[in-house]
Design a protein around this ligand. Structure first.
Ligand code: SF4
Ligand code: SF4
Length: 335
């Protein structure tokens, strides 16, 4: 059947490497999750990038690497790193803010780079630019068009917050006209800069808003031929709760060598691993994996600790729903 909504379960035969090769960025988006105090300010050398890629590749598993920053195209050796990752057997994605520094399109090729993902937080500059910066929409859209002409597979990431949820629907027409193949809808988390924002308590959308808008827009985009992926957020009633930290292989690597298994933990020094002298070292003490073992009625433990306002309770103090693992995704279209 076409356009069936499916849950993208955690796949034991797969590992995902979210590789922040630097934390510097030319923009300062209001919801940026990068926290230099916790993630470092280094730019990894070309040699470090290669040796860390080698650390995480598993020839027995489908290995996906997503190059991130800061802005990863500010790294002078990104094109080299993409080619190296492909040679090692990775499925390679780059997430960019759209500026495409160092002539990335010309210096790499769709042969090495499987997907180029652009971040847009609005269907026009009036919505996008107050969040991402003056003039950003125009540059990002121009570079999406250029990437499509060059033959790259292009996707777009939209971080939903109370500032832009009402404009999500208008993205469908824009993405279709730009020939974007995949659309990733994210939910804003209280991490990094969004915690410090004066709007912090109000920036997250309610359960009603999310459920009213996101599944409907995802279906519309799927009907236009675009594959859409979005987080479940509120665990569907028939689904069993699982913490990806226990059952999947996700590694969030930062330039200071910290390696997390859960993105919600990234503001705290509770990382599971540390890369030291190009070796992966398991951390002792109170690390995130201790929390993954805890079973609570509300579902995700870290969500309960860090974003308790996202949960609603009945008169007896029982949660009305479970919050799913933030890494559990729903997918529609592209079938
Ligand atoms: S969200 Fe991305 S593009 Fe925006 S400031 Fe942070 S790293 Fe830069
Ligand atoms: S988001 Fe929650 S459920 Fe998912 S890995 Fe982190 S702690 Fe586990």
């Amino acid at each position: 059947m076409k356009n069936t909504l499916r849950t993208v379960g955690f796949k034991p035969g797969e590992r995902n490497i979210f590789f922040h090769i630097l934390t510097a960025c030319n923009l300062s988006c209001s919801h940026c999750y990068i926290n230099p105090e916790q993630h470092g300010t280094q730019t990894l050398s070309k040699e470090q990038v290669v040796s860390w890629l080698e650390l995480f590749v598993d020839p027995e598993k489908k290995s996906n690497v997503i190059f991130l920053g800061g802005e990863p195209t500010m790294h002078p050796d990104l094109a080299f790193s993409i080619k190296k990752a492909k040679e090692l057997g990775y499925f390679v994605t780059v997430d960019t803010n759209g500026y495409l520094f160092h002539d990335l399109l010309e210096r790499t090729s769709p042969k090495y780079l499987d997907f180029l993902s652009f971040s847009l937080d609005g269907p026009d500059s009036r919505v996008n630019d107050p969040i991402r910066g003056e003039g950003v929409f125009e540059i990002c859209v121009a570079n999406i068009k250029k990437a499509v002409i060059f033959g790259y597979n292009v996707s777009v990431i939209y971080t939903v917050s109370s500032e832009n949820i009402d404009h999500l629907e208008r993205m469908v027409v824009l993405l279709k006209s730009l020939k974007v193949k995949k659309f990733f809808i994210q939910v804003i988390g209280l991490r990094g800069r969004s915690v410090q924002s004066v709007h912090a308590p109000k920036i997250q959308v309610s359960r009603e808003q999310w459920l009213h808008v996101v599944p409907k827009v995802a279906r519309m985009a799927a009907e236009s031929g675009i594959q859409v992926t979005y987080p479940a957020v509120f665990l569907p009633e028939n689904e069993h709760f699982e913490c990806a930290g226990n059952v999947a292989e996700n590694f969030f690597i930062f330039p200071n060598g910290r390696v997390y298994q859960c993105p919600l933990c990234e503001d705290h020094p509770i990382h599971s691993y540390q890369i030291e002298d190009d070796l992966l070292v398991k951390m002792d003490g109170l690390t995130e994996d201790r929390f993954f073992q805890l079973e609570i009625e509300e579902g995700c433990v870290m969500n309960k600790m860090l974003q308790p306002d996202t949960i609603e309770y009945d008169g007896q103090g029982r949660p009305l729903y479970k919050i799913s693992c933030c890494l559990l995704k729903l997918e529609i279209g592209g079938d």
